[in-house]
Design a protein around this ligand. Structure first.
Ligand SMILES: Nc1ncnc2c1ncn2[C@@H]1O[C@H](COP(=O)(O)OP(=O)(O)O)[C@@H](O)[C@H]1O
Ligand SMILES: [Mg+2]
Length: 161
Protein backbone atom coordinates (compact mmCIF):
# COMPACT_ATOMS: atom_id res chain seq x y z
CA UNK A 1 0.00 0.00 0.00
CA UNK A 2 1.26 3.45 -0.83
CA UNK A 3 -1.21 5.86 0.67
CA UNK A 4 -3.39 5.90 3.74
CA UNK A 5 -5.59 8.50 5.39
CA UNK A 6 -7.17 8.45 8.83
CA UNK A 7 -9.00 10.79 11.22
CA UNK A 8 -7.49 11.15 14.67
CA UNK A 9 -10.42 12.50 16.61
CA UNK A 10 -8.55 13.03 19.86
CA UNK A 11 -5.14 12.50 21.41
CA UNK A 12 -5.95 8.86 22.24
CA UNK A 13 -6.30 8.25 18.51
CA UNK A 14 -2.88 9.80 17.97
CA UNK A 15 -1.52 7.43 20.63
CA UNK A 16 -3.22 4.50 18.89
CA UNK A 17 -1.63 5.43 15.56
CA UNK A 18 1.71 5.67 17.37
CA UNK A 19 1.23 2.16 18.73
CA UNK A 20 0.38 0.86 15.24
CA UNK A 21 3.43 2.51 13.74
CA UNK A 22 5.67 1.19 16.53
CA UNK A 23 4.67 -2.35 15.53
CA UNK A 24 5.83 -1.90 11.94
CA UNK A 25 9.13 -0.12 12.58
CA UNK A 26 12.14 -1.73 10.93
CA UNK A 27 15.85 -0.88 11.30
CA UNK A 28 16.93 2.04 9.13
CA UNK A 29 13.41 3.37 8.53
CA UNK A 30 13.22 7.11 7.85
CA UNK A 31 9.93 8.88 8.59
CA UNK A 32 9.26 12.52 7.72
CA UNK A 33 6.57 14.26 9.78
CA UNK A 34 4.98 17.24 8.04
CA UNK A 35 2.49 19.66 9.58
CA UNK A 36 2.16 23.07 11.20
CA UNK A 37 3.10 23.87 14.77
CA UNK A 38 0.65 22.07 17.03
CA UNK A 39 -0.40 19.56 14.39
CA UNK A 40 0.76 16.71 16.62
CA UNK A 41 4.14 15.68 15.22
CA UNK A 42 5.82 15.50 18.62
CA UNK A 43 2.75 13.88 20.21
CA UNK A 44 2.82 11.14 17.57
CA UNK A 45 6.58 10.63 17.90
CA UNK A 46 6.22 10.39 21.67
CA UNK A 47 3.51 7.75 21.23
CA UNK A 48 5.70 5.75 18.85
CA UNK A 49 8.72 5.85 21.17
CA UNK A 50 6.73 4.88 24.24
CA UNK A 51 4.92 2.10 22.36
CA UNK A 52 8.33 0.83 21.25
CA UNK A 53 9.16 0.29 24.89
CA UNK A 54 10.96 3.45 25.98
CA UNK A 55 9.91 4.30 29.52
CA UNK A 56 11.40 7.76 30.20
CA UNK A 57 10.40 11.27 29.21
CA UNK A 58 10.31 12.06 25.49
CA UNK A 59 10.94 15.76 25.10
CA UNK A 60 10.73 17.88 21.99
CA UNK A 61 14.26 18.29 20.56
CA UNK A 62 13.50 21.88 19.58
CA UNK A 63 16.88 23.30 20.63
CA UNK A 64 19.11 20.22 20.39
CA UNK A 65 17.73 19.38 16.89
CA UNK A 66 17.98 15.68 17.70
CA UNK A 67 17.41 13.32 20.61
CA UNK A 68 18.43 9.64 20.62
CA UNK A 69 16.43 6.78 22.16
CA UNK A 70 17.81 3.29 22.75
CA UNK A 71 15.15 0.73 21.89
CA UNK A 72 14.84 -2.99 21.49
CA UNK A 73 13.06 -4.21 18.38
CA UNK A 74 12.45 -7.96 18.06
CA UNK A 75 15.25 -8.53 20.55
CA UNK A 76 17.65 -6.32 18.62
CA UNK A 77 19.02 -3.15 20.22
CA UNK A 78 18.86 -0.08 18.04
CA UNK A 79 18.72 3.67 18.20
CA UNK A 80 15.76 5.78 17.22
CA UNK A 81 16.72 9.38 16.50
CA UNK A 82 14.03 12.03 16.85
CA UNK A 83 14.86 15.16 14.86
CA UNK A 84 13.16 18.54 14.99
CA UNK A 85 14.74 20.77 12.37
CA UNK A 86 12.50 23.78 13.00
CA UNK A 87 15.38 25.85 14.38
CA UNK A 88 18.12 24.51 12.15
CA UNK A 89 19.97 27.60 10.94
CA UNK A 90 21.85 26.14 7.97
CA UNK A 91 22.62 22.85 6.22
CA UNK A 92 26.14 23.09 7.69
CA UNK A 93 24.74 22.78 11.18
CA UNK A 94 23.26 19.42 10.20
CA UNK A 95 26.42 18.23 8.50
CA UNK A 96 28.81 19.43 11.20
CA UNK A 97 26.80 17.65 13.87
CA UNK A 98 27.41 14.42 11.96
CA UNK A 99 23.70 13.86 11.42
CA UNK A 100 24.21 12.43 7.94
CA UNK A 101 25.83 9.34 9.51
CA UNK A 102 22.77 8.77 11.66
CA UNK A 103 20.84 7.86 8.51
CA UNK A 104 22.21 4.34 8.23
CA UNK A 105 20.88 0.80 7.89
CA UNK A 106 20.20 0.36 11.58
CA UNK A 107 19.03 3.68 13.04
CA UNK A 108 15.37 4.68 12.79
CA UNK A 109 14.98 8.38 12.07
CA UNK A 110 11.83 10.41 12.68
CA UNK A 111 12.11 13.96 11.39
CA UNK A 112 9.89 16.92 12.26
CA UNK A 113 10.17 19.90 9.89
CA UNK A 114 12.02 17.97 7.17
CA UNK A 115 11.42 20.98 4.86
CA UNK A 116 14.07 22.85 6.86
CA UNK A 117 16.68 20.24 5.99
CA UNK A 118 15.78 19.82 2.35
CA UNK A 119 19.29 20.28 1.02
CA UNK A 120 20.99 17.74 3.28
CA UNK A 121 18.36 15.34 4.52
CA UNK A 122 18.34 11.78 3.15
CA UNK A 123 15.08 10.65 1.49
CA UNK A 124 12.28 9.16 3.60
CA UNK A 125 10.61 5.75 3.46
CA UNK A 126 7.41 7.17 4.89
CA UNK A 127 5.97 10.68 4.90
CA UNK A 128 3.19 11.57 7.33
CA UNK A 129 1.14 14.72 6.93
CA UNK A 130 -0.69 15.90 10.04
CA UNK A 131 -3.25 18.68 10.01
CA UNK A 132 -5.87 20.13 12.33
CA UNK A 133 -9.39 18.94 11.50
CA UNK A 134 -12.08 20.37 13.79
CA UNK A 135 -11.04 19.49 17.33
CA UNK A 136 -9.02 16.53 16.08
CA UNK A 137 -6.39 15.83 13.47
CA UNK A 138 -6.14 14.30 10.02
CA UNK A 139 -3.21 12.01 9.29
CA UNK A 140 -2.09 11.10 5.78
CA UNK A 141 0.58 8.47 5.41
CA UNK A 142 2.52 8.04 2.23
CA UNK A 143 5.02 5.32 1.37
CA UNK A 144 8.00 6.53 -0.65
CA UNK A 145 10.10 3.36 -0.85
CA UNK A 146 9.64 -0.41 -0.88
CA UNK A 147 10.45 -0.46 2.80
CA UNK A 148 7.84 2.22 3.50
CA UNK A 149 5.33 0.36 1.38
CA UNK A 150 5.87 -2.81 3.37
CA UNK A 151 5.25 -0.87 6.59
CA UNK A 152 2.03 0.71 5.34
CA UNK A 153 0.75 -2.63 4.11
CA UNK A 154 1.08 -3.97 7.63
CA UNK A 155 -0.86 -0.98 8.92
CA UNK A 156 -3.95 -2.14 7.04
CA UNK A 157 -5.86 -2.84 10.20
CA UNK A 158 -5.83 0.15 12.48
CA UNK A 159 -7.72 -0.72 15.63
CA UNK A 160 -9.79 1.85 17.52
CA UNK A 161 -9.26 4.75 15.18
N1 LIG B 1 -5.70 13.71 17.45
C1 LIG B 1 -5.62 14.80 18.22
N2 LIG B 1 -6.70 15.59 18.44
C2 LIG B 1 -6.61 16.70 19.20
N3 LIG B 1 -5.46 17.13 19.77
C3 LIG B 1 -4.35 16.39 19.58
C4 LIG B 1 -4.37 15.21 18.80
N4 LIG B 1 -3.12 14.69 18.77
C5 LIG B 1 -2.36 15.52 19.51
N5 LIG B 1 -3.08 16.54 19.98
C6 LIG B 1 -2.63 17.70 20.78
O1 LIG B 1 -2.11 18.64 19.88
C7 LIG B 1 -0.93 19.24 20.38
C8 LIG B 1 0.19 18.91 19.42
O2 LIG B 1 1.39 19.39 19.89
P1 LIG B 1 2.74 18.85 19.31
O3 LIG B 1 2.73 17.39 19.21
O4 LIG B 1 3.82 19.48 20.13
O5 LIG B 1 2.70 19.48 17.84
P2 LIG B 1 3.88 19.66 16.80
O6 LIG B 1 5.04 18.82 17.23
O7 LIG B 1 3.30 19.24 15.49
O8 LIG B 1 4.20 21.13 16.80
C9 LIG B 1 -0.71 18.66 21.76
O9 LIG B 1 -1.22 19.55 22.70
C10 LIG B 1 -1.52 17.38 21.75
O10 LIG B 1 -2.06 17.07 23.00
MG1 LIG C 1 7.06 19.30 17.55
Amino acid sequence: MQHFKTQLKNESATDALGRCLARVLVPGLVIYLHGDLGAGKTALTRAIIHAAGYVGHVKSPTYTLAEPYELELDGQALTLMHFDLYRMSSPDEFLEAGFRDVFNHSTICIVEWPEHGAEVLPAPDLALFLSVAGTGRLAELQALSDKGCACLTQLNFLPNL
